[in-house]
Ligand binder design. Structure first.
Ligand SMILES: [Mg+2]
Length: 204
């Protein structure tokens, strides 16, 4: 009997991203990030109020993960919820991050109480989710992410996977509407755990 598989995003689902990224932009680069809309690039500004160019953003993000990943703290409830799920489920973290950052992310998540396999991905997540299903052959699978396009990709490639849309960071909740291709929208880990356990129980 195979075990259920939980596939979770990291930034904005397991670890806080926005607050530590804003602190990094300020302390290391003298930049601000004001989230009036859910667009990181156009909302990063210099002291004079001008927005940075799109091509300036990727190095900032890479710099954050290189030197400040250790400032990212778990989202409330995530560690306890995953520890509970790990008793009966396999858990994989599928995160859009470069391979070399995925190594650090693995050790950081373990240090924070989430000792799970981490896969660094680039782009839509449907295909890597399908690869994980092929590998694990789980009895049932749940995918958790804060970005709607990943739920659309998952629906397209692996429609049988239960898709849970979670925006765990309060500053982003009102900026990201419920993903149309997700099965549920739950932003809190305590409620999400109950929901996932119901899904897993129904699949037995
Ligand atoms: Mg995310």
């Amino acid at each position: 009997m195979t075990r259920p598989l939980i596939i979770s995003d990291c930034d904005g689902v397991l670890l806080e991203f926005i607050a530590p990224f804003i602190a990094y932009l300020d302390s290391q680069h003298g930049l601000t990030l004001t989230l009036d809309s859910f667009a990181l690039t156009g909302n990063v500004r210099r002291a004079d109020g001008t927005a940075i160019d799109a091509m300036e953003f990727p190095p900032l993000l890479d710099g954050f993960f290189t030197t400040h990943m250790t400032t990212q703290q778990p989202v409330p409830g995530a560690v306890a919820a995953l520890a509970t799920l790990a008793r009966d489920c396999d858990i994989v973290v599928l995160t859009n991050i470069a391979d070399h950052h995925a190594v650090t992310r693995t050790s950081e998540l373990a240090r924070l109480g989430m000792p799970f396999r981490v896969i660094g991905n680039n782009g839509p997540k449907g295909a890597p989710i399908r690869a994980l299903l092929d590998e694990f052959q789980p009895s049932t699978a749940v995918f958790i992410d804060d970005l709607p396009p990943h739920h659309s990709s998952a629906k397209k490639h692996v429609p049988q996977v239960h898709r849970l849309h979670m925006v765990a960071e309060p500053p982003l909740r009102h900026l990201i509407p419920a993903a149309p291709d997700a099965d549920a929208r739950i932003d809190d880990w305590d409620d999400a755990l109950t929901h996932i356990q119901t899904i897993l129980g129904a699949a037995k």
